[in-house]
Design a protein around this ligand. Structure first.
Ligand code: ISJ
Length: 361
């Protein structure tokens, strides 16, 4: 009786899979036609359209009635779009490496598995590689909810003309990893990046108070190292565990459960309005009383939602204060145009780093 039921259900699944297969193929053909239209626009056709992808994912989430969750469903569509886009042109993405870092995880979350991800050893190398045209986009971390701003990334923008084309927020889950050769009853050393060790400090105090904590350049580096050591474990994320074939002996050991990092997608593209966008600018002001107030006033008067403001020391004599500001809206929104005009009148210098869709996933 149950066997009959199982056979029947499997038949239904086979039938549905055939339909899904056909639909995905039809969709891929449509995307290929879109590519042809884009090709007719000229030799420098841009295939990847962040605003369109954000709209597709938001629509999927709005229409989803379950039983799969919205994020799960969007993730599946993310992969379908990634494969469709690879038919047009595989996107090449430089990320802050080595392989297995959270930045690689963010790159895949944003572009899907069909993107070609290239590891770089420093943030300014990611910027250089995109500027040189060796890759289409770059992914760099910009702020962590526990550790704060990644100042290297902000500083790199001061020397670059690249645009921000997108953002992606990743929940950072840390795991305690061992290799198949590790003597689990005798772990004396735990390797990780200093930030990750800090994020798991209380957990380590409670569970491994006697193990020596060793800070290395990245979590991926920690994962790579323990392959050759019997008495060592590493703290790193899922991607490092997967790449280096390690086993998780304790999962989600970060002290703050909502620990997350925001990453930026950088490129040469000006992104069109998606309907839920953010704009990032950098503003320099003269060193005079009320400088910051005069900027904030413009946002308040026009009722614009500020999402972040960061001050960096200026590196040239003419720039005294440099503010990095993120706010809701797109440069093509009429009210945002007015805001930028007003800010321009008050600032020494103002540069738009980009308008881009708010992170969907
Ligand atoms: C198909 C297009 O090109 C790409 C592929 C997309 C998709 O598969 O839905 C969406 C945006 C672009 O990155 C398009 O611009 O519509």
């Amino acid at each position: 009786m149950t066997d009959d039921k199982l056979t029947g259900l499997r038949k239904s699944i086979d039938k549905l899979d055939s339909e899904i297969l056909k639909l995905i193929s039809d969709r891929a053909k449509c995307a290929q036609e879109v590519a042809q239209v884009k090709q007719q626009e000229g030799r420098d056709a841009v295939y990847y359209r962040p605003e369109r992808e954000a709209q597709v994912l938001r629509r999927v989430m709005e229409r989803n009635d379950g039983p799969l969750g919205d994020e799960e469903m969007a993730r599946l569509f993310r992969e379908i779009m990634s494969a469709c886009l690879a038919l047009e042109e595989p996107v090449k993405v430089a990320f802050l490496g080595p392989g297995g870092t959270f930045t690689q995880q963010a790159a895949i979350k944003h572009f899907g598995h069909s993107a070609v991800c290239v590891p770089m050893s420093a943030i300014d190398e990611v910027f250089r590689e995109v500027t040189a045209g060796a890759v289409n986009y770059g992914v760099v971390p910009v702020e962590n909810s526990t550790e704060g701003v990644v100042s290297h990334t902000l500083d790199s923008f001061m020397d670059s003309n690249l645009k921000i084309c997108g953002e992606v927020v990743l929940r950072i889950h840390q795991h305690l990893l061992v290799s198949e050769n590790t003597r689990r009853d005798h772990i004396t050393r735990i390797y990780s990046h200093a930030q990750s060790l800090a994020q798991c400090r209380k957990w380590l105090d409670a569970h491994w108070p006697m193990a020596e904590r060793v800070a290395v350049n990245s979590n991926a580096e920690a994962a790579r190292r323990i392959k050759g050591e019997w008495n060592s474990a590493a703290i790193a994320g899922d991607m490092a565990a997967e790449i280096y074939g390690l086993e998780k002996i304790a999962e989600k050991i970060e002290d703050q459960p909502d620990n997350s990092t925001r990453f930026l997608i950088i490129g040469n593209q000006e992104v069109q309005i998606s309907g839920a966008d953010k704009t990032s600018i950098v503003v320099s002001m003269r060193n005079q009383p009320g400088a910051l107030h005069s900027i904030l006033e413009v946002f308040q008067v026009h009722n614009i939602d500020l999402t972040r403001i960061e001050t960096r020391p200026s590196r040239s004599g003419t720039w005294n204060y440099v503010f990095f500001i993120d706010f809701s809206g797109h440069i093509d929104d009429p009210v945002i145009r007015i805001v930028l005009e007003r800010l321009g009148e008050r600032a020494n210098d103002l540069r738009v780093l980009g308008s881009y869709p708010k992170g969907v996933l």
